[in-house]
Design a binder for this molecule. Sequence first.
Ligand SMILES: Nc1ncnc2c1ncn2[C@@H]1O[C@H](COP(=O)(O)OP(=O)(O)OP(=O)(O)O)[C@@H](O)[C@H]1O
Ligand SMILES: [Mg+2]
Length: 238
Amino acid sequence: MSHAVIELSEISYAFPGRGETLKGLTFHLHPGEKLGLFGPNGAGKSTMLHILMGLLTPDKGEVTLFGAPMSDAKAFEAARLKIGFLFQHSDDQLFCPTVLDDVAFGPLNQGLSREEASERAREALETVGLAGFEDRVPHRLSGGEKKLVALATILSMRPEILVLDEPTTGLSPEAKDRLVDILKKLDMARLVVSHDPDFLAATTDRLLAMRDGRVQPGELKPHSHVHVHEEGDVPHQH
Ligand SMILES: Nc1ncnc2c1ncn2[C@@H]1O[C@H](COP(=O)(O)OP(=O)(O)OP(=O)(O)O)[C@@H](O)[C@H]1O
Ligand SMILES: [Mg+2]
């Protein structure tokens, strides 16, 4: 079996003054694997992702990315260039004066020229349906627009793996469908955290649940939902 691209081993973490959020959590993502993770609010999903990205330091346990132990900040910096990480809160992701700057930031950081990075950024904006947004001010965008720009900041990096924390929050049904199409066309290994069972079913192959501070095999209960389409006024099930 090939080496895991993400390996979390026996990770424990407590926020200062609070009990343990993660309790000996072990997790692997192998090349090509598409995993979905769900679990109650406050279960520790985002905390786990922040630890795997090196944004929080675990109290116990090891993080290994692309086969390399993440022993210091420098190791994380190198690994982060290959991971498309979507923050749950887009305001944590967007910090430049213009949308184009934000989306070109990743490729510039990867060593591309300004021209190449801008080209990549324009392509990524077009992919998420935001062509024409290049000169807009990120912090003035709507919640859904911010999420789409944040997604573009990841796509422009052409990462080796995707780690997405609640990618559909605030997205309209049309934008969500577009995101499903985008993800279906991408082959790379991914970990998707979401409360949306339909989205997880459409974009991942196997489900895990965050429970009792650990990642465990997950199973979603079969469900149906009712919604109203703009085109028609008859609620229906599918
Ligand atoms: N900086 C912080 N300081 C103290 N407690 C925190 C901090 N960040 C998160 N927490 C707490 O840690 C727990 C885990 O939070 P986390 O954001 O990882 O949950 P989550 O599973 O991602 O939830 P959600 O589904 O709502 O996004 C929660 O109880 C949260 O209130
Ligand atoms: Mg979260």
